[in-house]
Design a protein around this ligand. Structure first.
Ligand SMILES: Nc1ncnc2c1ncn2[C@@H]1O[C@H](COP(=O)(O)OP(=O)(O)OP(=O)(O)O)[C@@H](O)[C@H]1O
Length: 223
């Protein structure tokens, strides 16, 4: 799978939110997307996932244009803000409900994903009583349980404690494969240095490829 943005521009209310972005995402890589609050990271994820239309330019997956040839990338797992989970059900039931749409995940996949994020697959606890961190774990589980080829996670470590962040990094390493693209977005670039193989900085809607050396050297970039 290859994801390609060509001169992708998004304007909203007269403001340029994504500014002439050209980018190729290749399998095997873990992309760390960082930048200040409001710089456009979430919008870039929305663009790749087909949730917004470009003002000009295009995004394509394996040559198929998103929102033109196909609505969204077929094999995709996603965390965006305000993921809607069914609060009256357990974590496992939530994944079963989501899994019923595509019917590609097995019960073992669901158990694996819940265990991988540190949730008990056999718990009877309903999502309504989950802590913020448990909600975030379930959000990660729903993004990975179908083992998609494209994983886009916006601020995945929000509300996670230190140990759980370390477990999350291990999970990303486990998920990294020659067939899969992973993109992690964070306002904090230090969140990304453990796991990302490639770095992208978003600044006021413009995207800049960065090297690890750029990211590690203090004050060398905007964020
Ligand atoms: N519905 C909207 N209408 C107009 N502007 C919007 C809308 N949604 C987002 N924006 C603007 O788009 C810009 C990029 O927002 P985006 O959420 O992508 O930033 P971000 O880098 O993900 O920020 P954060 O780190 O705070 O999540 C911001 O200036 C925001 O105000």
């Amino acid at each position: 799978m290859n994801v390609e943005l060509k001169h992708y521009t998004k304007k909203l209310k007269g403001r340029t939110i994504l500014d002439d972005i050209s980018l190729t995402l290749a399998p095997g890589h873990v992309y760390g997307l960082y930048g200040r609050n409001g710089s456009g990271k979430s919008m870039l994820i929305r663009a790749i996932s087909g949730m917004i239309l470009p003002t000009s330019g295009e995004v394509s997956v394996d040559g198929q244009r998103i929102t033109v040839d196909i609505d969204f990338p077929e094999s995709m797992g996603l965390i965006i803000e305000n993921i809607q989970l069914q609060k009256a059900f357990t974590a496992k039931t939530n994944l079963q409900i989501l899994g019923d749409i595509k019917k590609i995940a097995t019960p073992e996949d669901i158990e694996w994903a819940l265990t991988a994020v540190g949730l008990d697959p056999n718990s009877n606890e309903k999502v309504r009583s989950f802590s913020l961190g448990m909600n975030q774990k379930l959000a990660i589980a729903q993004a990975i349980f179908e083992k998609p080829q494209l994983i886009l996670l916006d601020e995945p470590t929000n509300a996670l404690d230190f140990q759980t962040v370390a477990d999350f990094h291990q999970l990303i390493e486990q998920l990294q494969s020659p067939e899969r693209i992973i993109l992690l977005a964070s306002h904090n670039r230090d969140d990304l240095t453990e796991v990302a193989t490639d770095f992208l900085e978003m600044d006021a809607g413009k995207l800049y490829p960065r090297t690890r050396a750029d990211v590690m050297s203090v004050g060398a970039q905007h964020a």
